[in-house]
Ligand binder design. Structure first.
Ligand SMILES: Cc1cc2nc3c(=O)[nH]c(=O)nc-3n(C[C@H](O)[C@H](O)[C@H](O)COP(=O)(O)O)c2cc1C
Length: 171
C-alpha cells in the first residue's frame, strides 16, 4: 500500500495552534503549512475582534499569502485553527475554498480561550466538500484579553501532548 501523505495546515495568530500543529507533525510526519493572509492582521486583540466579526458577518474570504504546493499529493489534511467569535476565522474559510477536498481525510483541531469551539467544526465539514471529516480535537489555548497570549508550555504542554496522542490513537 502506498504511504499516507500528511499535510498539517494551521492558522495561528498568537502561536498556540502553531505549537499544536508542530506537535502533531512530530507524531505523524508530513509537511507543515502556515495559512497566512496577504494583508497583515490587525495588531491588537480588540482590532482583530472587530475585523473578524465584520469579515464573518459579510462572509469575506481574505486573500491568502501562499499556496500549498501540489495539494493533490496529500491524503490526510490535519487542519488547525483558533476559534474566533465562536466560529471559524475567515482565513481558514479561504483556505478551505482554495483546494479540492474530494476524497481527502480531514482531521480538524481547534484552540479556544475557554468558551468552546462554537461552529468551527461544522463549518469545516461544510466547506471541505467531498472530504471525510473526522471528529475534531479541542484544546484550550491562550486568552489575549487576559494578557495570556501563549500557554502551550510546562505542565500544560505535556497535558496537550497526551490529548493529541489520545486523539491520534482514536483516528
Ligand atoms: C478575534 C478573536 C476572537 C476570539 N474569539 C473566541 C471565542 O469566541 N471563544 C473562545 O473561546 N476563544 C476566542 N478567542 C481566543 C482564541 O481562540 C485562542 O486564544 C486561541 O488559542 C488563539 O490561537 P492562536 O494562538 O493559534 O492564534 C478569540 C481570539 C481572537 C483573536
Amino acid at each position: 500500500m502506498p504511504e499516507t501523505k500528511n499535510l498539517i495546515a494551521y492558522f495561528s495568530r498568537t502561536g498556540n495552534t502553531k505549537a499544536i500543529a508542530e506537535m502533531i507533525q512530530a507524531q505523524v510526519g508530513g509537511d507543515l503549512f502556515a495559512i497566512t493572509t496577504k494583508e497583515p492582521l490587525p495588531k491588537t486583540f480588540q482590532q482583530q475582534l472587530t475585523a473578524a466579526q465584520a469579515d464573518q458577518e459579510s462572509h469575506h474570504d481574505p486573500e491568502l499569502a501562499d499556496q500549498v504546493t501540489d495539494f493533490a499529493q496529500y491524503d490526510h489534511i490535519y487542519l488547525g485553527t483558533p476559534t474566533w467569535d465562536m466560529a471559524l476565522p475567515q482565513p481558514v474559510a479561504s483556505f478551505l475554498s482554495s483546494y479540492d477536498f474530494n476524497g481527502k481525510t480531514v482531521l480538524p483541531f481547534a484552540t479556544n480561550s475557554g468558551f468552546g469551539t462554537g461552529t468551527v467544526f461544522s463549518q469545516i465539514k461544510d466547506l471541505a466538500k467531498g472530504a471525510n471529516v473526522l471528529p475534531g480535537l479541542t484544546l484550550k489555548g491562550g486568552n489575549e484579553s487576559d494578557g495570556e497570549d501563549f500557554v502551550i508550555t510546562g505542565n500544560y504542554q505535556q497535558e496537550v501532548q497526551d490529548q493529541i496522542n489520545d486523539w491520534l490513537n482514536q483516528n
